[in-house]
Design a protein around this ligand. Structure first.
Ligand SMILES: Cc1cc2nc3c(=O)[nH]c(=O)nc-3n(C[C@H](O)[C@H](O)[C@H](O)COP(=O)(O)O)c2cc1C
Length: 319
């Protein structure tokens, strides 16, 4: 088995899975400026991948060779669909399978998936085993939190570790905290202790509130982790993994947004909603002085052509 979690140099710096954000268009835009050690896809439903509506979900699993190494993230609570979904992930050529065990979304939790799995560690363990059955050649990892209501990973994590995941990513908050309190890296370090005592070969990744590339490296080092995962700080900031320390000028941001939007349209026209680009557009210009009106105009664009017009006009004015 080719285990990327063992092979990658430390610290492993990862672009977090973010639904409707980290698709192939965004990942390829990130690569233009600076590539992380590892990519994750957005999460995709295991049940959905085994249903008649499967084809609608496949664009979420599209990737180009330049994005390797790349892990596919799945959510689900059914052993059979997890097994089949993992098999599909292997067939699609991914470098690993990750099971989401931290998502607080009600629709996800209602199925017993995502964060609800912290309350059902036996099932969580068996889901890892099922995924391994479906994709024996791929490393199976999980992404979870410090606990559901309280920080109590000691209670449920050991049961999950019985299935020997290749890596565990810990988001340093509980389910109840959502993203409202600062991430607790000291607690991530305690979880790391527990995991490494159980099996030192399991890679442990910290996640939550990483602000810059040097922050990611420093936190990995300080807390003895194999790496760090970065989510929101990369939104509207495909420069995150480059060594560039200063925020780019508005002109550069708009050029990157245009590249990103054109790629999105080329890859996903008719397959993914172009309105996904709105969140990106707002994030690219957030914090740029005097960009309030531009932001409103970008948000008003519902097709590539409209967005391009707004950007080209703004670039002409500012040149
Ligand atoms: C818009 C958005 C979508 C997300 N989608 C997923 C997802 O599909 N799978 C997942 O495991 N986590 C998802 N997350 C959580 C992030 O991966 C990450 O754990 C969280 O944002 C904390 O990291 P950060 O502080 O670096 O953003 C999402 C977060 C955001 C903001």
């Amino acid at each position: 088995m080719k285990n990327i979690w063992k092979a990658l140099p430390r610290p492993i710096l990862i672009l977090a899975p973010m639904a409707n954000v980290t698709d192939s268009a965004f990942r390829q835009t990130v690569i233009r400026y600076g590539k992380p050690s590892l990519f994750f896809t957005e999460f995709v439903s295991a049940d959905g991948l085994c249903s008649a509506g499967k084809d609608k979900l496949l664009p979420d699993f599209y990737f180009s060779e330049s994005e390797r190494p790349i892990v596919a993230q799945i959510f689900g609570a059914n052993l059979e669909t997890m097994r089949q979904a993992a098999k599909l992930v292997a067939q699609l050529g991914f470098d690993g399978v990750d099971i989401n065990m931290g998502c607080p979304d009600r629709a996800v939790e209602k199925q017993g998936a995502g964060a609800a799995l912290m309350k059902n560690p036996l099932l969580a363990r068996d889901l890892i085993l099922a995924a391994r059955e479906g994709a024996p050649e791929l490393p199976i990892s999980i992404k979870t939190r410090l606990g559901y209501k309280n920080v109590d990973f000691e209670k449920w994590l050991p049961k999950i570790l019985e299935a020997r995941p290749a890596a565990v990513t810990i988001h340093g908050r509980t389910r109840e905290e959502m993203s409202k309190v600062p991430a607790r890296w000291e607690e991530i370090a305690r979880a790391r202790e527990l995991i490494k005592k159980n099996d030192p070969t399991i890679a442990v990744i910290g996640n939550g509130d990483v602000a810059t590339l040097s922050d990611a490296k420093q936190k990995s080092e300080t807390y003895g982790l194999d790496g760090a995962m970065i989510g929101r700080a990369a939104l509207g900031n495909p420069w995150f993994f480059s060594e560039q320390s200063q925020a780019p000028a508005l002109k550069e941001k708009l050029e990157a947004l245009l590249f990103h939007a054109e790629l999105f349209d080329r890859l996903f026209r008719g397959k993914k909603n172009f309105l996904n680009m709105r969140k990106h557009a707002a994030a690219y210009v957030a914090g740029s002085i005097g960009a309030k009106e531009l932001r409103m105009r970008l948000l008003g664009a519902s097709t590539l052509e409209e967005l391009r017009r707004v950007i080209v006009e703004a670039l002409n004015i500012s040149i």
